[in-house]
Ligand binder design. Structure first.
Ligand code: GLA
Length: 378
């Protein structure tokens, strides 16, 4: 069944096209709300928005994959109401733009996306950034890319109610396909880091879904804040990796949580060094150390994810593998030999099935040359 185009939905053409990619985090997990470093890169999967401004305050939104034959969902600017599922991300954008003092027009929107939800590829950040870019272009809003990312984070935290860090929105807004982005989440300073030409990234979905609006993600954040308070610092990454004895003296599980965050941020520094030196063995070892830390100290892995990581790590064409994203399900990222990714991902999925009876989905790295399209910068 073909999807209705913009004209079929709204009886007139779209005026604005924008898009934003999902991301895979290479290393630096659960460090972004602790003032630490992260190193994500864009995946080819993206959300595309078409928008036509309106002369009134109505907003109509149609989304492939969510809307049914009843047509677009609708609300009025200033009347955003939580609890309408995927529409909350769009309502959150107009709600935040108003709070930031911007005057915007009503609009008709059509959304499509290839970023899978709940797989750890930051589908909601791609949606927020793509929709923010569309309204920025439509209304000529004076918002730079960093401010746009911060607005996306506010959508998530203040409207949707997920207490996320800044990594996902910042890489969706400021990242470029084909390179990693080192982000210092304390200063929001960014630096592009090349991915070595001999390396290929595999992203493989375990099939276990996750969500960040409550539950364990929030618990981890609280534990980090409690650990920081006990250590007398405002953010956990104010504690140096060398100050292990202070961390070891914390009561469990705060000791393990703090150890993960502080050592993980230090691993980002090491990873940038390894990638710049084309040292894929070292980069793979850092992936393995990061996964062990997430599993044993931060407790965000699952038996299924561990099985998938083990299957990947055992492959002869893989340098290392780890859980990526918030955890409790979702996808893994593996660093593989370029040109060998198709065979490696096939073997990993087969080994995972043999161990767990679950089907893994290769989201990136199935073919030798996944298309990477340039992100829309408007
Ligand atoms: C989610 C959040 C991010 C980050 C990661 C864990 O993706 O949106 O801000 O905290 O989890 O690294």
């Amino acid at each position: 069944m073909s999807l209705p185009d913009f004209e079929t939905l709204y009886g007139r053409p779209a005026a604005i096209a924008s898009e934003a990619h999902g991301r895979v985090n290479l290393i630096g997990e659960h460090t972004d709300y602790n003032g630490g470093l992260v190193l994500p890169t864009l995946v080819p999967h993206k959300t595309v928005v078409a928008l036509a401004p309106r002369g009134d305050d109505r907003v109509r939104v149609w989304s492939a994959g969510f809307s049914d034959e009843t047509g677009p969902m609708e609300y009025r600017l200033g009347d955003e109401t939580r609890g309408r599922g995927w529409l909350d991300y769009v309502q959150g954008v107009t709600w935040v733009l108003a709070r930031l003092g911007h005057t915007i027009c009503g609009a008709d929107l059509r959304l499509t996306s290839t970023v899978p939800a709940g797989a750890g590829l930051a589908s909601s950040a791609a949606l927020e950034v793509a929709v923010l870019r569309a309204w920025r272009a439509a209304c000529g809003l004076p918002i730079d890319d960093v401010a746009l990312a911060l607005a996306g984070q506010r959508v998530e935290r203040e409207f949707v109610g997920a207490p996320v860090g800044i990594m996902d929105q910042l890489v969706a807004s400021c990242g470029r396909p084909g390179e990693a982005l080192r982000i210092d989440t304390r200063t929001l300073a960014t630096e592009a880091v090349p991915i070595p030409p001999d390396a290929a990234l595999l992203v493989i979905d375990s099939g276990q879904r996750h969500g960040h609006a409550g539950g364990e993600y929030r618990t981890r954040r609280d534990e980090c804040e409690r650990a920081a308070a006990r250590l007398g610092v405002s953010l956990l990454c104010d504690v140096a990796a060398g100050e292990v004895s202070r961390i070891d003296a914390l009561p469990p599980p705060l000791d393990r949580r703090a150890r993960h965050v502080v050592t993980e941020s230090a691993r980002v520094v090491e990873m940038v060094r390894a990638l710049r030196a084309d040292d894929l063995e070292r980069a793979g070892a850092l992936f393995a150390a990061s996964h062990a830390s997430m599993r044993d100290d931060f407790d965000v892995s699952t038996p299924e994810i561990d099985a998938l990581v083990a299957a990947a790590a055992a492959d002869p064409d893989v340098f290392g593998a780890r859980l990526t994203g918030g955890g409790f399900g979702g996808a893994i990222v593996a660093l593989a030999r370029r040109g060998r990714e198709a065979g490696a991902s096939r073997r990993i999925a087969a080994a995972y099935y043999a161990r767990t009876g679950r089907e893994a989905t290769v989201l990136w790295g199935k073919t030798r040359t996944d298309p990477i399209l340039p992100a829309n910068r408007d």
